[in-house]
Design a binder for this molecule. Structure first.
Ligand code: AMP
Length: 485
């Protein structure tokens, strides 16, 4: 059999098979550069944009290096936002799926106790925001004496968001003998300082030259608008453009609420995302958007950073961002994975100065920025039929990347957990007493207060469920069925 492109790096078959199932057939440019060095345990500074495949670039070596038998965390990843923490967790769990790698995400505004209990169970890799990671370190609920890899993801963002002190405090908890990988879209003297302080002297630097292949293809444009009629003008523009999927960025949550309400009334399949919303709601909205249930998302900058959603065809800046750096992050949500995206910024009179500043920052002489003009009423009326038609057609649900990978894995629910003093060994003991079921068929075990979930691999889930109907775990009879989620 021919080697897949990833096999040439000497990665184990459990990881390369997972990559194939995830439809990652050949490495991206940044992965080509980073993988050989990272797998050799080198420290690396990587300057590359989000969308270049950097998560997989550090995900592969971390999963490859993780030892399943070790119960304590072996790698720590620091990221700027909660959403990114969850996304990195999902990506890494997919890559490490067949090796049964457990990744735990920790972040603020979410139950400390639940995270503490998750950290107590097997967690090979931990990903989190600096503040919450630090809390766990101080409380002793995150043990790092076995951590031999540290990843600083979106380091420039962590600095911009003022997390530098916390990042440094976290690093000081870690063993000195370790590999450190630093990823950043931009470099600065502050990042250099961190690197020289916390990374080995012989660290490698990987700088991805902007090339056709790794530059997001985004057509940038702007339109001058009247403040008083902005919402109507936005609807007109959307009618003309008729996007498949669009994120509309506003500067404040009040504006998000108002724009969402306006467009909702017009019948658009839409929802909103801002920092004032409950964490669970935010994640549910992102999922709905990711899987095409809604096609329009109105959001503040919480949605701009690092979030990886394929197929966003249009990014609209309803407001010129307060911070010029946000422009790059917002518009970077489109033009991903080799597709062309359109970015459109609405500039009203009061935004003029800020727009000039943003342009100076985000564009150089070679980049094109096109001024577009308000469409005529006639053009809008003409475009309406096609627009309405698309509103009423259901978008085909997108296939989750890990569908193939999860095909043979069944999550099994047991109605007993910590309260009944059940531990992972008790489940493993009972399950491996089933004929033709071995420890290799048992995936991640999650024990909560009153319930436990056990993943059964290799298509043996239904068999296990039926076998478990008249067996006990540690002498206790439990209800056993396929988990709902
Ligand atoms: P990131 O830079 O981590 O935000 O990743 C950008 C996007 O590229 C994500 O949607 C990944 O799923 C995708 N991706 C990463 N590596 C590969 C690969 N080798 N082949 C195809 N897509 C990839």
């Amino acid at each position: 059999m021919n080697k897949t492109a990833f096999e040439t790096f000497g990665i184990s078959s459990e990881i390369t098979s997972a990559l194939t199932s995830l439809r990652y057939f050949k490495p991206t440019a940044v992965q080509e550069e980073v993988l050989p060095l990272a797998l050799e345990n080198q420290d690396i500074i990587v300057e590359s944009q989000t969308g270049s495949g950097k998560t997989v670039a550090f995900g592969i070596p971390l999963c490859e290096q993780a030892e399943w038998e070790e119960n304590k965390p072996q790698a720590l990843i620091l990221v700027p936002t909660r959403e990114l923490a969850l996304q990195v967790k999902d990506d890494l769990m997919n890559i490490g799926r067949l090796k049964r790698i457990k990744v735990t995400a920790v972040f603020g505004k979410s139950s400390f106790k639940t995270q503490k209990s998750e950290l107590k169970q097997k967690s090979h890799i931990v990903v989190g925001t600096p503040g919450r990671v630090l809390e766990h370190l101080k409380e002793g609920t995150l043990v790092v004496d076995k951590v031999d890899s540290l990843v600083l993801d979106e380091a420039d963002e962590m600095l911009n968001m003022g997390f530098i002190d916390q990042v440094e405090e976290v690093i000081n908890f870690l063993p000195k003998q370790r590999q450190t990988l630093l990823f950043s879209a931009t470099m600065s003297s502050e990042i250099d300082r961190i690197a020289s302080f916390y990374m080995r002297e012989d660290r490698a630097t990987v700088r991805m030259e902007q090339s056709e292949q790794n530059t997001p293809k985004i057509v940038h444009s702007y339109i001058k608008v009247e403040e008083a009629s902005k919402e109507k003008q936005l609807l007109d523009l959307l009618t003309i453009e008729n996007p498949d999927a669009s994120i509309i960025f506003c500067n404040t949550k009040d504006v998000v609420d108002s724009v969402e309400q306006y467009l909702n009334k017009a019948g658009l399949p839409i929802d909103k995302l801002h920092g004032g919303m409950d964490q669970d709601d935010r994640l549910a909205v992102l999922d709905d958007f990711r899987f095409g249930k809604i096609r329009y998302l109105v959001a503040t900058d919480v949605a701009a950073r690092g979030i990886d959603i394929d197929n966003v065809t249009h990014v609209v800046n309803y407001d010129v961002p307060f911070e010029k750096e946000s422009y790059t992050h917002r518009t970077g949500r489109t033009g991903r994975a080799g597709k062309t995206g359109l970015a459109l910024t609405m500039v009203s009179d009061k935004d003029r100065a800020r727009w000039q500043e943003t342009k100076d920052y985000a564009f150089d002489d070679n980049q094109e920025l096109t001024e577009v003009f308000a469409p005529s009423e006639r053009a809008v009326t003409r475009a309406k039929t096609a627009f309405q038609k698309k509103l009423n057609t259901r978008v085909a649900p997108k296939i989750a990347r890990n569908k193939e990978l999860n095909k043979d894995i069944t999550k099994v629910y047991f109605n007993g957990g910590k309260k009944k003093k059940l531990r992972a060994v008790d489940f493993v003991g009972t399950l491996t007493s089933i004929k033709e079921l071995s420890a290799e068929d048992i995936g991640i075990i999650t024990i909560q207060e009153n319930v436990t979930y056990v993943e059964i691999m290799n298509g043996k889930g239904p068999y296990v469920i039926s076998e478990m109907q008249d067996r006990t775990v540690k002498g206790k009879t439990l209800k056993v069925r396929k988990a709902r989620k």
